[in-house]
Design a protein. Structure first.
Length: 428
């Protein structure tokens, strides 16, 4: 249960509007399958994207025996299994449980944690966040209150380089240059600076404080920014909670410096590859397992990092490229994303993945990235500047720029083969 606290009422602001939900959270997991047009779907949470080789083999076994044979990466570094028989839930759970992928059945949908995938490999981060990741996942699974978190609530553990700090997590912990940690909530502009050794415990306490605030608001909300509070309201409440737990903290301005995900190629003591549209065949997954010496790290940018000390870099990259994975940092695939589209989604109006692949040659090396969506929901769309390519009713697409600080520019596209002309009209 949430600890009882006597605290001032949290403040709302005229510029912030709560976003109540009129239904329960239907986010899929491993124990709750989602019915899609191509069969049932399971979403396997993988905290920090970290998989042992044995766990990777178990996922491949599940995909081949129970699903469509492919592994689908999500924008949170998780794995989706598609094409499942709706009655395979018990068998799937047993398989994943035996591999250590279900440490707590009551928490399996709330283990949403992204972490800097190159942490500890390339010497660029302030600290290795693996101890934070291990501690937070364990604390999350031990918290009775955390079972009430939405399957959409997200934690981010950033090693100081600013990669996952820019992903819009509900609770972000970023390593600070002075050896401490900065705790941020949603899009708030300030942080709580605290000792690094308390980072994981503080992140969980922040999530529990959010749950308490959401319950007090009387609204069903899933994310921190949906509460409709001013920037300081929830942060103040978290600060009081940390003080009660004996964790010192200091209010500071938030570091807004962000970087992107790792580029393909050799990176320190590892290899990085990008997965076109996030879909890995069984053959590609086997190549990754074959090269991995101990573990695989799935990234929120639909890539994979392999810590590979002592492995021949050139030979390994050549094998991965031959399998169809992206190993070059200037590949146009790095600037193209898409939802699942037809035939997997009943709401989609088009086979967006086929159209996205067909238009790959129109991608400018330094232009805005493109995200193709089968409908206005734009499932899985990335944060940041981009061009949204949304399938329109009656056929064709609607293109719209999404650039921070600028009004969107739009145009229609009847034939995906002519996308270069359409892009020039709204981006030039």
């Amino acid at each position: 249960m949430l600890a009882a606290m006597s605290s001032p009422a949290l403040r709302s602001t005229p510029q912030a509007t709560a976003v109540p939900r009129d239904r329960g959270d239907a986010c899929p997991g491993t124990l709750r399958l989602h019915a899609a047009d191509d069969g049932a779907l399971a979403r396997v949470r993988i905290p920090g994207g970290v998989l042992t080789v044995r766990q990777a083999e178990a996922l491949l076994d599940a995909a081949e025996r129970l699903g469509d044979g492919d592994l689908h990466l999500t924008s949170r570094g998780n794995v989706q299994l598609r094409g499942l028989d709706g009655g395979c839930g018990a068998e799937l759970a047993a398989l994943l449980d035996a591999a250590g992928l279900l440490p707590s059945h009551g928490h399996e949908r709330v283990r949403n944690i992204v972490a800097s995938p190159l942490s500890g490999l390339d010497g660029r981060g302030v600290r290795d966040v693996r101890p934070w990741l291990t501690a937070l996942d364990a604390a999350l699974c031990a918290s009775e209150a955390a079972r009430s978190l939405s399957g959409r609530f997200l934690f981010a553990l950033d090693d100081g380089r600013g990669d996952v700090a820019g992903l819009g997590a509900d609770v972000t912990v970023r390593a600070a240059a002075d050896g401490g940690a900065e705790l941020a909530l949603g899009a708030a502009g300030e942080t709580l600076h605290l000792p690094a050794e308390d980072a994981a415990r503080a992140a969980l306490l922040a999530a529990e404080t959010f749950l308490e605030a959401a319950r007090a608001s009387g609204s069903r909300v899933w994310r921190v920014d949906e509460l409709g509070l001013d920037d300081s309201g929830l942060l103040d409440a978290v600060g009081r909670r940390l003080s009660a737990a004996g964790i010192g903290r200091e209010r500071r301005a938030r570091d807004t410096g962000h970087t992107g995900g790792p580029l393909p190629g050799a990176v320190g003591a590892g290899l990085s590859v990008h997965v076109p549209l996030g879909r890995l065949s069984a053959c590609q997954w086997r190549e990754l397992i074959h090269i991995a010496t101990d573990e695989l790290r799935l990234t929120p940018w639909r890539g994979v990092v392999l810590p590979t000390p002592g492995v021949s870099t050139d030979e390994s990259l050549a094998r991965l490229a031959a399998a169809g994975l992206v190993t070059e940092p200037d590949s146009p695939w790095l600037r193209v994303g898409a939802c699942v589209g037809r035939p997997g989604c009943a709401k989609s109006r088009a086979d967006v993945r086929t159209d996205a692949a067909g238009a790959l040659g129109a991608i400018e090396p330094h232009g805005l990235p493109l995200y193709w969506s089968g409908c206005e929901r734009r499932c899985g769309h990335p944060r940041g500047d981009r061009v949204d390519v949304v399938a329109a009713e009656g056929g064709g697409y609607r293109l719209s720029t999404a650039v921070n600080g600028h009004e969107p520019r739009t145009t229609s596209l009847d034939d995906p083969a002519r996308i270069a002309t359409a892009l020039a009209a709204i981006t030039s």
